[in-house]
Ligand binder design. Sequence first.
Ligand code: SAM
Length: 339
Amino acid sequence: MNFSKEAIVDEMMGFFKSKVITSAFELNIFDAISDKPLTLDEVCRHCNIPVNSGKRLLIALTAMGLIENKDNHYLLNSSAKSYLVSDSKEWLGWLARHIDSFLYPLWAQTANAVKDDSDQRKVVFGDARSWFDILYQNPQDVVDFQEFLGIFAQPFIDGMIDAFDFSKYRHFLDIGSGIGSLPVAVAQHNPNLKISICELPQAASYLRDRLKVTKGGEDIEVITGNIIEGKLPDNTYDLVHLGWMLHDYSPSIQCEILKNIYDSLPSGATFIASETPLNDDESGPLFTALLSINMLVSTDGGVESTREEYLQRFNEVGFVNTRVLTINGPRTLFIGEKE
Ligand SMILES: C[S@@+](CC[C@H](N)C(=O)[O-])C[C@H]1O[C@@H](n2cnc3c(N)ncnc32)[C@H](O)[C@@H]1O
């Protein structure tokens, strides 16, 4: 790679842009101009902000290209609109709130996290409870986290539905399902498959409400449980999936989770974990590498791993025929079977 000074400075100042966007979401700037272009005074009146400072934010958003200024009227960039307007399914305002409440303050402590090889929850929130206990203490934070993860997951779900044959299974369990997008997509494609979800209690009530109003979600069973604490309550699942959850925990807890799942499965069952692994030579990918730092500052020892490390953990707890399935989209499937 060849770097110019400007390119490095641009990377270093990246948080300027991040805060412009998250502030615009917080101040409802994008919604204000979603229906029709507004003048500076109109935007500021609508968002209840002073014209002087509001103008700076609008100029910054214009310079970033997210909004445009035509004839002294501000309007949304048409290609960005569906991500910026709150009544859109792809709205990224959930992520903006999560960034402001959790990621940005935690990332401010990155050097300390690396120095101490430790999360920074106590420093930032004055709270030593586990990551999910802190994250899930306010219902709005649950919703923000689950909704933006649902948007992140969609391309993976499309890839998994295309690549994996669900038709030979009878009972599918998705552990830590978030808003249940994968089970819903599986239900829509496999109407005869019985489908259950196991979620943490603090996330389950939003999930249940969400499934009731989602086509294909009505018949999905939701059980509450913590897979670190023991075996699954039922042993009829012949297919179990765990999505983007192993990386939330330390390698030793990952092995406990895998062992609990293994012990709960009937013989012949298939287990799949979907993750975003590091390259074999640990050279990236960039998003996974950064996510691993995110896991360091926020979670209970969470870390990103290579394909080989995941497979080794599968083998350690007893899974056989362990393998990697590359699918379209951002994730990789790790598959193991119980003999
Ligand atoms: C990063 S999210 C991933 C959501 C979704 N599975 C996906 O693939 O995008 C991790 C999910 O696992 C759930 N979870 C975390 N720890 C858990 C545990 N110990 N037992 C059960 N669910 C857990 C969280 O509530 C959250 O919904």
